[in-house]
Ligand binder design. Structure first.
Ligand SMILES: Nc1nc2c(ncn2[C@@H]2O[C@H](COP(=O)(O)OP(=O)(O)OP(=O)(O)O)[C@@H](O)[C@H]2O)c(=O)[nH]1
Length: 254
């Protein structure tokens, strides 16, 4: 219980202060969200923290999301006056796509920072945007990891800041399914039921997830199914898109 309440609050206070202080010097904040859960993977207070600085919503891991749902989300953001784009940070063309989108709405110099909840692909995106220019500073205790500017030709200035913010609904099963909030082994035995309900209609899969585990040979001594190993494997496979492209929330749901 205690662990749930103290989802690194000290870190959050520091992040909020850093973001508030930096906002006036930046052209835009790039908020990376998970395209499979674009609302609950947002950090709602961010808009308020950054004041009048532009917010660009980047729906990452789009290749894992339902493409029709992604279109609905892009339309929803547009209708709410929010600049949004759907990307795959692992795609080799991502730098070109993101730069093009930014050029459309901002003028140089482009002073940008990437923020977002854990595991949405912030580092992957930043590394793609700055190529080999990223300055790695130690994240170990005792080594200060402050924000650093990475200046590139063409007026691109990326701020390498430890921009992790916390998800608001940290108990939401969807954030656990996506690996944004860590799940316990026990929770994964419940998450697997939800995943199975979602993916069975889309894929040729056995009706019961346990049969999937048996077919993979996830057995303990004596031939008994290893439920935990099966559940862990299913959660991981879902996160990596092995059970198809699934979006977990629709615009306007809540
Ligand atoms: N399938 C897929 N995986 C991605 C994509 N972008 C990042 N990842 C993976 O998602 C995981 C998290 O990526 P990171 O770039 O470390 O995410 P982060 O937001 O910096 O994570 P924190 O350091 O926890 O804040 C890694 O395993 C990446 O390889 C994407 O577009 N598609």
């Amino acid at each position: 219980m205690g662990k749930r309440q103290s989802w690194y609050p000290g870190h959050m206070v520091a992040t909020q202060r850093t973001i508030r202080e930096l906002a006036p010097y930046l052209s835009a904040f790039i908020e990376v969200i998970d395209a499979r859960a674009p609302n609950i993977s947002r950090h709602q207070p961010l808009q308020q923290w950054i004041g009048r600085t532009q917010l660009i919503m980047v729906m990452n891991k789009a290749e894992l999301a339902d493409p029709d749902a992604t279109q609905r989300w892009l339309g929803w953001f547009k209708s709410h006056g929010v600049t949004a784009l759907a990307i795959s940070a692992q795609n080799p063309r991502v730098k070109i796509e993101v730069e093009k989108a930014i050029r459309r709405i901002l003028a140089p110099p482009y002073r940008l920072a990437v923020v977002g909840v854990p595991n949405v692909g912030k580092s992957t995106l930043l590394n793609k945007m700055v190529g080999g220019h990223r300055v790695m500073t130690g994240a170990k205790p005792g080594i200060t990891r402050g924000p650093q500017w990475i200046r590139l030709p063409g007026g691109w200035e990326w701020l390498d800041l430890p921009g992790v913010v916390t998800p608001r609904h940290s108990e939401d099963w969807r954030l656990k399914v996506l690996g944004i909030v860590p799940s316990t082994a026990e929770e994964r035995l419940l998450l697997v039921e939800k995943i199975w309900e979602l993916v069975v209609p889309q894929m040729p899969l056995p009706e019961n997830w346990r049969d999937w585990g048996r077919s993979r040979g996830y057995l303990k001594t004596g031939g008994v199914l290893d439920e935990q190993r099966t559940a862990d494997a299913i959660v991981l496979a879902f996160q990596n898109g092995k059970f198809g492209r699934v979006t977990l929330e629709e615009p306007g749901e809540g």
